[in-house]
Design a protein. Structure first.
Length: 376
């Protein structure tokens, strides 16, 4: 496996595909963050499907498979679908998710019809436009990569220039409006950049899977940070790494499609992030819950021992475990943990008492309870 990977380094096709997936990863991962933060996750799915008829119409008008022509058609169709979705939401009572579903299904269905018509044209039987459905990274040419790099640099540059405006409309559009910012124009610009990011990846992962490249990296990055700049950086890294790893794997193993492999790898980042990310991950939540439960049980047990000791002249008077067990479950194991922490002492006949350290802590708990009770 290692030797086969090393042999790919000097392979021209591999270099082209690797560069293409790297550009796709950085661009889609960065711009996808704004779609996720603005709760427009389905927008990427709708736009990617809406680009299909644009590709078909561009080919039918020119009979050319030039990357600029086909991707221009894709971009125009994606923008048209987006504007129609906005118009439906604004001028009707239909909600955004429903409008997205309408645009997605209508445009994608129309695109499939056009592809069927194209395949029946004798001079276009080998057009290969169906690769835009699921992507085919192996067919990328130098011209395609050049187009992807130009579009990628353009979209990332515009994102950097309008960073503050995009940040404002993502987190607080009302405040942005009160500042006099042209919200509608900024939203259109941001949506246009997302369309371009989707267009960049059509030949690599296709219209069906492109939405995953927009949403998955941002969803994974969001679990690790609350800072937008760091989130965009992490999303770009996750997506770029997935693109590179998917390219290496698909090139090393025969009959393994690049696009789906990339999507599977970025999906694994999402799963890992959902489980292991600090503060948000499921594992973190479980650990925090366990720690909280132990703190509650410790506080309860020490408070009960303090309550029992108040009936004795000696605050360190030992008490039978049976009395403590009657109050709560898991008493024995809890007492052993408290003994390890030096909070209680054990005596013969399974009797327990507070230690000087435990007494001090229990009294502090008691004072906190009295203060809280008095505040109410």
């Amino acid at each position: 496996m290692i030797l086969s990977i090393l042999s790919l380094v000097n392979d021209h096709t591999f270099q082209v595909v690797l560069l293409g997936t790297l550009v796709l990863g950085i661009t889609s991962g960065s711009l996808g963050c704004f779609a996720v933060l603005r709760k427009q996750s389905l927008l990427g799915d709708a736009i990617s499907h809406a680009t299909l008829p644009g590709i078909a119409i561009a080919f039918m008008m020119t009979y050319s498979k030039n990357a600029w022509i086909l991707l221009t058609g894709a971009a125009l169709a994606g923008l048209l679908g987006t504007f129609l979705m906005m118009g439906i939401t604004k001028f009707t009572k239909i909600k955004q998710d429903t409008a997205l579903g309408i645009i997605l299904s209508v445009f994608f269905g129309f695109g499939l019809v056009l592809l069927t018509i194209i395949q029946k044209i004798p001079t276009a039987s080998q057009a290969g436009l169906d690769t835009f459905l699921f992507g085919n990274a192996a067919t990328l040419l130098k011209e395609d990569i050049r187009v992807m790099i130009i579009l990628g640099i353009f979209t990332c540059s515009v994102m950097a220039i309008f960073w503050k405006e995009f940040k404002l409309i993502s987190f607080d559009p009302d405040f942005a409006k009160s500042m006099g910012l042209p919200i509608t124009k900024i939203e259109i610009l941001l949506t246009t950049l997302i369309v371009l990011a989707i267009v960049i990846g059509l030949q690599t992962v296709g219209v069906v899977l492109m939405s995953a490249m927009i949403i998955a990296p941002a969803a994974a990055a969001r679990q690790w940070t609350d800072n937008l700049g760091l989130m965009v950086f992490l999303a770009a890294i996750f997506s770029a790494f997935s693109g590179m790893a998917g390219t290496v794997l698909s090139s090393s193993i025969s009959h393994l499609p690049t696009g789906p492999v990339i999507v599977l790898i970025i999906s694994s980042f999402v799963i890992i992030s959902l489980i292991a990310a600090p503060n948000r991950g499921l594992l973190w939540a479980y650990i925090q819950h366990h720690i909280h439960q132990r703190e509650v049980r410790t506080k309860t047990m020490l408070s009960n021992l303090l309550l029992f000791s108040e009936s004795q002249t000696n605050p360190f008077h030992p008490h039978d475990i049976a009395a403590l067990t009657a109050i709560g479950k898991g008493t024995v194991s809890m007492m052993l943990k408290l003994k390890t922490d030096g909070l209680v002492n054990q005596y013969p006949d399974n009797k327990w008492s507070l230690s000087p350290k435990g007494l001090k802590i229990a009294q502090s708990f008691s004072k906190e309870g009295n203060i809280n009770h008095g505040s109410h």
